[in-house]
Each structure stands twice: as structure tokens, then as C-alpha cells.
Design a protein around this ligand. Structure first.
Ligand code: SAM
Length: 306
């Protein structure tokens, strides 16, 4: 008789429990062992290295991470999968250790404070961590925005997201995908699309392609020197400014209630001494550093609110 593949075994065991995947929770499981292994091997990992995984599901990525000896701190919202994973791990005989927390990673659209508390309990920020995850599509944007804005961002990440989301996260100024999410995340991380991934490697198959991304935290950038509430305010500023992305910058800033800022941007005396022509640009022509400079001048120096 032909031997059962890892995926067939998983399907059978989940089936015996009457489990059927929830599309609402983005339960598209990765079944390509080569891809799983290559994600787990993205960064060098040792026994004391902390890896955070969001949505371990039945543990397809967790397992190669544990086999590499990592200490994995995982957050899963689905109690059924968490119970299944706990049972599975005990039979794997792997070197690493798993700390599994049943938790919704988001609370009211933002990173759940309990998630950050668990990270602190695990020794962060004294101990840097990597985040490795096949992110559920419904939470990927707020999770990555939250990690960029929080006080304890990961040192690096390797994650799968929907292809369109990957393009937005890695977009360059002037491109059609360039917008608030990518600018905010790129302020904290260098984002790279490593690979386009076909729906074929998931079960059930999603409708769209995915992107495998790596994100490396930038060192000594002004954005990471801001306080958490200031980073969050930068996110709000970007969302509001890009809500009227077709307007020239001077008009966009006026709609934001930041009209006072406009003359100071071009003022060489105590202002930013920007060239006048830039005020006529659409915000999407400005790079992240310019948008951050603009925000910091208005929010921090002039006390404008957003
Ligand atoms: N890591 C597994 C894999 O690669 O096959 C599963 C990935 S599956 C795309 C997403 C996982 O995230 C599911 O297990 C789902 O239950 C979990 N999930 C969905 N929403 C979540 C949330 N808000 N908080 C925590 N986990 C969540």
C-alpha cells in the first residue's frame, strides 16, 4: 500500500475530528514541504533564538522551525487547531520548544496588548525576535502596521501574504501600489518580495497568488526613535493624506486641517526650505523620508493634530 503523505495524514487526522477549514479565519494551509523548509531556513536560527509565529494552525511551519531548535512563541485564535497542535508536537520529538497561546492577534483592529505582554514575558526587547508566519489574509495589514508602530518590533520577518498586499508593502514612490501601509511598514523595515507563490501550494487553494516577503528592521532611522503614539499618529496622517491622493500636497494638507504648515514648508528661515514646486506634487511622489519629515515638522514642532 502507498504510504500516506504528510498532507494526507494531516487531512485524515483533522477529518477524524470533524474539522473543516474556516475561510473567515484565512485557513489555507501550506502543504509544500520544500517551501515550508525554505521559509523556516530564511534566517540562521539557534536554540536560544526566539521565533514568533502568528496562526500556526496545525503546525506545518512550526514543525520545521522546532526541528531547527528554535524556541517558538505562537498565537492561534482557533481553539480546535491549538488543541490539535499541542497533541501533535508531543509526538514530533523535536529539539526546539513551543509556547502556544490561544489568542486573537488583533483587538479592535490593532495588535492585541496581550500579544505584546507575552513578548515582554519572553524577554523582548532584551532578546531580539524574528517573526515567521503564513499570515491569515484578514489580519496581515493591521499586524504589519502594528509591528512597525509598536515599541518592540521584530528584528526580522519572513511571511506569506496575498500577492496584492505584498506589492503594496514593497511599493516604491510614484507606483500605483504606493500608499499608507507600505510607507509606514517601510519606515521601520526594509521590505523585499522574495518569491511569488502559487495557490497550488495551499489547501484549500486560495483564489489569488501569495508573496513571500522578508522584512529587516532598519537600524538608527528617525522613525524608530519616535514614541509609539507618534508612530501611530504618522500612520493616521498618511491614511488621511492619501485619502485625497489626487490632490496637490498643499490642498491635501489644507483638507487635513494643516493649512498653517504649508507656507512653512518652503520657508528657509525656521521652515523646511522645500522647493515651492513640491507643494504642487501629489503626495505619492514623496518618498517615506520626506513624508516623515513633513509629519514630524507639523505634529512635533508645530503641534498640529491628526
Ligand atoms: N501556519 C499554518 C500553515 O502555514 O499552514 C496556518 C496558516 S493559515 C493561512 C492562518 C492561521 O491563522 C490559521 O490557523 C487561523 O486559524 C489563524 N488565524 C486567523 N485569524 C487569526 C487571528 N486573528 N489571530 C490569531 N490567529 C489567527
Amino acid at each position: 500500500m502507498k504510504e500516506e503523505s504528510a498532507f494526507q495524514r494531516l487531512k485524515r487526522k483533522l477529518g477524524e475530528r470533524g474539522f473543516s477549514p474556516s475561510s473567515l479565519l484565512g485557513q489555507n494551509f501550506l502543504v509544500d514541504t520544500n517551501l515550508l523548509r525554505s521559509i523556516a531556513e530564511t534566517f540562521p536560527l539557534g536554540p536560544s533564538d526566539l521565533v514568533v509565529e502568528i496562526g500556526p494552525g496545525p503546525g506545518s511551519l512550526t514543525r520545521p522551525l522546532l526541528e531547527r531548535g528554535a524556541r517558538v512563541l505562537a498565537f492561534e485564535v482557533d481553539q480546535r487547531l491549538a488543541a490539535f497542535l499541542e497533541e501533535e508536537v508531543s509526538s514530533w520529538g523535536v529539539e526546539g520548544s513551543l509556547d502556544l497561546v490561544v489568542l486573537d492577534i488583533l483587538q479592535r483592529g490593532k495588535l492585541n496588548p496581550l500579544f505584546l505582554e507575552k513578548l515582554r514575558e519572553a524577554g523582548v526587547p532584551g532578546r531580539p525576535y524574528a517573526l515567521m508566519s503564513n499570515l491569515p489574509y484578514s489580519v496581515a495589514g493591521p499586524v504589519l502596521a502594528g509591528l512597525a508602530s509598536c515599541e518592540i518590533p521584530p528584528a526580522r520577518m519572513a511571511c506569506l501574504v496575498q500577492w496584492e498586499m505584498g506589492r503594496r508593502l514593497a511599493a516604491a514612490p510614484g507606483s500605483k501600489d504606493y500608499g499608507p501601509l507600505g510607507i509606514l511598514v517601510q519606515a521601520a523595515f526594509e521590505v523585499r518580495i522574495q518569491k511569488r507563490v502559487s495557490p497550488e501550494v495551499f489547501r484549500p487553494r486560495p483564489k489569488v497568488d501569495s508573496a513571500l516577503l522578508t522584512l529587516e528592521r532598519r537600524e538608527a532611522v528617525p522613525f524608530l526613535g519616535l514614541e509609539e503614539r507618534e508612530r501611530e499618529a504618522f500612520g493616521r496622517f498618511l491614511r488621511r493624506l492619501f485619502a485625497s491622493r489626487r490632490k496637490a500636497l498643499r490642498n491635501g494638507l489644507k483638507s487635513l486641517g494643516w493649512a498653517d504648515l504649508v507656507p512653512k514648508l518652503v520657508d528657509p528661515d525656521g521652515g523646511l526650505a522645500w522647493p515651492e514646486a513640491r507643494l504642487g506634487w501629489r503626495p505619492e511622489r514623496l518618498c517615506g523620508e520626506e513624508l516623515l519629515e513633513l509629519f514630524c515638522f507639523g505634529f512635533l514642532e508645530l503641534g498640529l493634530d491628526v
